[in-house]
Design a protein around this ligand. Sequence first.
Ligand code: PNS
Length: 186
Amino acid sequence: MSESEKKTKRACAGGKGREFRIGVYPGSFDPLTNGHLDIIRRASKLFDKLIVGVLINDAKKNPLFTMEERAALIRKCVDGMPNVEVGAFDGLLVDFVKQNHAVAIVKGLRAVSDYEYELQMAALNRHIDADIDTIFLMADVQNSFLSSSVVKELAWHGGDIAGLVPKEIEQDIVDNIKRLRTQSGN
Ligand code: PNS
């Protein structure tokens, strides 16, 4: 039995007699922050299975980590969460949701500034497939300023990222930034 099947079986226990509900939490996760991990933890309690969907490529961004590295870093952090899986997707999010038989997309909202864009995305995704809803979880206030971009910028300039990213991956991020700085001659 594969690890994924084992996880699903464990999550199924006690879920008899009702629909098995799968949620997808999508993002670039370059890198995963404590804000993301908080949303994963909370969303995992709302669904029988939560799939963290890592976007394979975003042409607009210059990634710090490859998709495989980002997924591996997330796996390190969700090791103790039996109903959380990490997957990767390219193309439309709605297609990934459907392929995985998920019922909803999970997004975190930090501030009003997130709302306008997320409202548009949720409406667009429902336009593409009316059966797929988006569920918003409000970010913990202590994570309201936190994003992958600020972590990258802080680490790039030698700032301390402790407390902003999961302990399990802090050193990976620092090491990768060092490597990239050396490569770029900065
Ligand atoms: O962490 P991010 O970069 O804010 O995540 C953005 C993400 C991955 C959720 C978004 O870019 C996305 O859904 N991309 C897939 C393409 C898609 O379906 N776009 C919406 C319809 S055009």
